[in-house]
Structures are given as C-alpha cells and as structure tokens.
Ligand binder design. Structure first.
Ligand SMILES: [Zn+2]
Length: 454
C-alpha cells in the first residue's frame, strides 16, 4: 500500500510546486517549436530615469520555472534591446496565438523543464514625460484591449500568474524631489533612489505606479478605520490647478471615499488591501489593487473593484466580465430581474483572449440582476459575493470556478444559466443596450489621452 501511494504522488510532486498551475494557459505549437507559458517566481525591475539625457530604461531580472520543455512565453510591447537566458544572449519573436486572439513574445530556443533566469533590457518610452523640473511617468493599464497591462511598459507574464515583483527606481541628475504614488511598500534609500516591493499575490494587472515632480499635485492623507481594527492609510491626489489648490475637491473625494469604504466593508467584509491610493484624473476610471485613477463619478465603481477584479481576481479574459457585471450591478443599485431576453458570448471568446467583453457593463449587469432574482429565496447574490471575498481573495479564477463555487454555495446548479446567457455564439441586441451614465463610468482612455493626465 505504501509503495502504491508513493508512485501515485510522483506526478503531483513534479508540478505541485508551481503557482497558478491550474490556470496556466496550454502550450501551443508554431513552425519549429512549442510555446510554453511559464511560472514567474520573482521579477525585479531596475527603472532608471536619466533627467539629463531625458531617457528612461528598464532592466528586468525574472526568475521562472518551466513546467515542460519548450520555448518560454513572456510579453513586452516594447521590443527588448537585449535578452539573456541564464547569462547567455538569446532572441525572442512576437508570435500570434493559434486563433490570433493575441500576440506574445516567445524565446527563439527550446529550454528544458526547470528553473531559469531571464534578463531583459529595454527603453521605457510609454507615458514618460521629461521637463525642467523632473519626470512624469506612470504604468496605467486597461483591460479592453490586449497587451495593456504591465507588458505595455516592461516584460511581464499574463494575468494568470501571480509573482513577487519589486522595483528599484533611480533618478539620475535629479534637482527637485520626485513624488512616488504606488500600491507597494516604498523605501527611500537616497533622495534619488527608491526600492518598492509588491505583495506576492500581484499579477500584471495589479500595480499602480505614478511618479511626478514635487509640487505638481496636491494631496490629502488620512486614515480609515477598518472593521478588522486596522487603520488603512489613504492618499488622494490630483493635479495642482492653475487657479489654486485642490483642497475642496480633495475634501469632496475624502467624504465619498469614506462613505463607499464603509458601505463595501459592511457588504463584503474588511478592506482587502493594506492601503488605498486614489488619483483623481481623467475620464472614467481604472482599478488596481487598493488603488485607482478615476474621475469622481466612477469612484464607487473603482473602489468596488478592490473587492472584485483586484480582490477576487480574473485569471483570463473570459473571466474579466464577472467583476464588471458585479460592479455595474452595484452602480445600478443592485436591481432584481425576473426574466432576461437574449444572450452573450462574454464567457465564450477564443481560448487565449486577454480582454474583457464590454457586454459585461450592460448585459452582464442584467444577468447578475436575473441571478439575484432566481436566488432571492436563498438570500440573493450578495451573501455569495461576500463568501467569495472570504474564500477566493487573491486566487485568480476562471468563469468555470465561479460557476462551481456559486452552485456549491446555493446548492443549485447555476451552470445552465451561465451557459444560456454568457456562453452564446454572439452578443444579441440586449447586450448592446447602454445607458449614458454607464458609458461615462466605463470610458477607457487611449495612451494619447492618458498623456494629458500624467
Ligand atoms: Zn469596471
């Protein structure tokens, strides 16, 4: 019996140490090779802003595990200037996934299963603006187009992979002080040198990072008392206006933040993050772990995302609609529906899709209203959402995992409802019905627009 057990355990032990293995995308073949999605164990980014030369560059040092032999996959929108694998110079090619869902970078050589180190150098030119007083730079993201998470700025893995990330940030030729707003722990080593460390549950959509010369923004700092006893440090900031300080705007944001914070804690439990960073700027908003860049009207929506999206996290594009549907359901006042026309393909995009279907904001909300109605006798949807925050916080999931948890929670098979309304062949007319308010909250800015808010 003992011998049999040992044999049975071997296959599990071989892969059991990999994080997020159940959500790692399948390998695919390309002419002359096999692209293998890897497990980043640590990623350190040395970020240098040369204020004299007005240039910025990044050196990424990534330790990763290959689960099987093949060519490792990572992503970086910017073409690297050099790549070294285990100290030896290599190259990588941009390749499309089998159904052209997305583009990735794949190393041009086959690597054995096991641990490896990748060192990648590249310029940082996206959302970087030098001036006489210093530099403005941000790593803002979007989930409505492919390749707009951390890979927009530096080499990163896909959303399924959680990785311990750290930055060392240097400002060469610094005159004025630089401010850093981020959702990691910042250590000021020198006036021009900072180390930032992020939690190990972060992925490529988690990091909020923004640096500006001192004096270009106004900020308000305060604490919010969590129901679990912690004092959560909050910073709210906004660009200093030509007409004076942002004092009254920041006060209005503080009041709204405080109100939404307590509302969310009452519904879904203690604030999931160690801090809260709010940049009031732009049109619409974008969410990060315990952080957001947002306009006033989207503030509640984005703070909700610290529970669903950056709390209960999607592991791929087809799971991205869940948190948008739930956030929109809250925005709309948690309405209940007894019937719903039409269908959508929110859960059914091709396998390697990395983006969120925007039907989430409209049809997705209605679907959650419908499920709330169907489950009314069992307390509706909110108790399940609270349960998910307790059970699945910082564990990326597929839509199938969500369905499984919901069916177990209520003792009702909800799979057929998801299949009917979210695994369709196309989005029907009902999926496109948008309200003006919803359009404004979910507006996503282009890089050109984002530049205006650096
Ligand atoms: Zn949203």
């Amino acid at each position: 019996m003992k011998a049999l057990l040992v044999i049975l355990f071997i296959p599990f032990m071989a892969y059991g140490h990999l994080k997020n293995e159940s959500h790692r995308p399948k390998s695919f073949t390309f002419p002359g090779g096999k692209a293998v999605f890897v497990d980043f164990t640590t990623a350190h980014y040395a970020i240098t802003y040369d204020l004299t030369k007005k240039l910025a560059f990044i050196k990424a040092s990534i330790k990763f595990r290959m689960p099987e032999d093949g060519s490792p996959v990572f992503d970086s929108v910017t073409t690297p200037t050099s790549i070294a694998l285990n100290g030896k110079s290599v190259t990588a090619t941009e390749r499309s996934t089998p159904l052209n869902e997305t583009t990735l970078r794949v190393l041009d050589l086959s690597v054995a299963q096991g641990n490896h180190t990748l060192e990648i150098d590249l310029p940082l030119a996206t959302l970087v603006e030098f001036s006489e007083t210093g530099v403005k730079s941000a790593f803002w993201t979007s989930d409505l187009k492919s390749r707009q998470f951390l890979e927009r700025y530096m080499p990163a893995n896909l959303e399924f992979d959680q990785v311990k990330m750290s930055f060392s940030v240097r400002f060469l030729g610094l005159k004025n002080r630089q401010m850093i707003y981020t959702n990691g722990v910042v250590q000021e080593k020198k006036r021009d040198e900072f180390n930032i460390s992020y939690p190990s549950y972060f992925n490529s959509s988690s990091i909020f990072f923004h640096t500006v010369p001192e004096g270009s923004v106004d900020e308000m700092r305060f604490g919010l008392k969590s129901i679990d006893g912690r004092e959560i440090p909050v910073v709210i900031y906004a660009a200093r206006s030509l007409w004076g300080t942002q004092a009254s705007n920041l006060e209005r944001l503080r009041r709204e933040t405080t109100s939404v914070f307590h509302e969310l804690e009452a519904d879904y439990g203690a604030w999931p993050h160690p801090s809260l960073v709010i940049y009031n700027a732009g049109l619409g908003g974008m969410e990060y772990h315990g952080a957001t860049m947002t306009e006033f009207r989207a503030l509640g929506h984005e703070l909700f995302h610290s529970y669903f999206a950056r709390g209960v996290m999607p592991a791929n594009g087809n799971a991205g609609w869940l948190d948008e549907a739930l956030a929109s359901w809250r925005d709309g006042g948690y309405k209940t529906l007894s019937s719903l026309m039409g269908t959508s393909r929110m859960s059914a995009h091709p396998y390697y899709t990395r983006t969120t279907d925007t039907a989430a904001y409209t049809f997705g909300e209605k679907f959650m209203s419908l499920m709330d109605g169907k489950l009314k006798s069992k307390g509706g949807l909110k108790p399940f959402m609270r349960f998910m925050v307790e059970k699945k916080l910082f564990s990326p999931l597929f839509v199938e995992d969500f369905i499984h948890e919901m069916s177990n929670f209520y003792g009702v098979e909800v799979g057929p409802d998801f299949k009917r309304y979210t695994f369709g062949n196309s989005n029907t007319f009902e999926s496109f019905q948008k309200s003006a308010e919803s359009e404004l909250i979910h507006r996503k800015m282009s890089i050109e627009e984002l530049k205006n808010y650096l």
